[in-house]
Design a protein around this ligand. Sequence first.
Ligand code: MRU
Length: 340
Amino acid sequence: MNVDRTLWWDHDRDRLELIDQTLLPCRYESIAVPDVEALIEAIRVLRVRGAPALGAAGAYGVALAARTAGGDESLAYLAGVRRDAARIRSARPTAVNLAWGVDRALAAIGDARTPDGVRAATLAEAERIADEDAAMCRAIGTHGAALLPDPATVLTHCNAGALACVEWGTALGVVRSAVEAGKKVSVIACETRPLLQGARLSAFELRRDDIPVTVCPDSAAAHLMRSGGIDAVVVGADRICRDAVFNKIGTYAHAIAARYHGIPFYVAAPSSTLDFASRAAEIEIEERGRDEVASSFGVETVPPGVPVRNPAFDATPFALVTAVITERGVYSDPGELFGS
Ligand code: MRU
């Protein structure tokens, strides 16, 4: 299995480096991210994406801010770091991990007051978050793999794979761990309109690992469930509240279809995706630009002047979720998942 990281710190050049996911599946290349501006752009256009990867990116972003903020007088310097951190935090609103990663790196500043101290503390915390994410994905994989029959065909949506995390993946981590444990698993990857994370990214990384994968239009999922041969739906999450799971737009429809057809619907996510404070109704669902829906491959596909809706995520009520798989175990009851 490939164990490349999706993002990492380049210690020689003292800057972030990440796989530019907008180039996939044609090119697998990394780009340098030297400052906060470049990171915010990369997050907004989805060069780096997926909730756990955004958590690490947010923390590395604070380490970048600590390197580029001006002034050596400690209060002004720290205020600059915090200002940049707030801008990174709000680059995308729905995945809770982004804010979580930024906040953890900020908290790691502790009593450090000199720029050198702040640089060291924020980078050390970002590296810790990245390593923890890799370990959590392995543990999610082990717990989830046990739930899959052998052989199994798993339907997934968007990309909750290595590319959405630091490595290994959550939903696709479950698949990888099952394959590693000797199970015969194949994947149906829903293409995931409009940005095609399933077709471009999930298919790319599964193919690279020699795991059988077939791509289908999102609209084919219910039909395929009805036709038989899908043993489980496994998806990732951008935010898990006590009453709903937020994930890529289209997930909710798959959950409804899975319930109707008696197919288990699993959500695989690290505990950094849990939102202890909010109810689903309070969460902002990112609404992205018109062009993502109204043109394909440079050709207009919606008549000029016709409005478009482009919500990037939806909320699946817990009643439709068979279980949430975290690094700590498998939870079919949200009360147990949240420890209350
Ligand atoms: O808009 P994206 O590509 O960042 O959306 C990503 C998803 O919805 C993933 O399924 C989710 O972040 C889980 S990633 C392990």
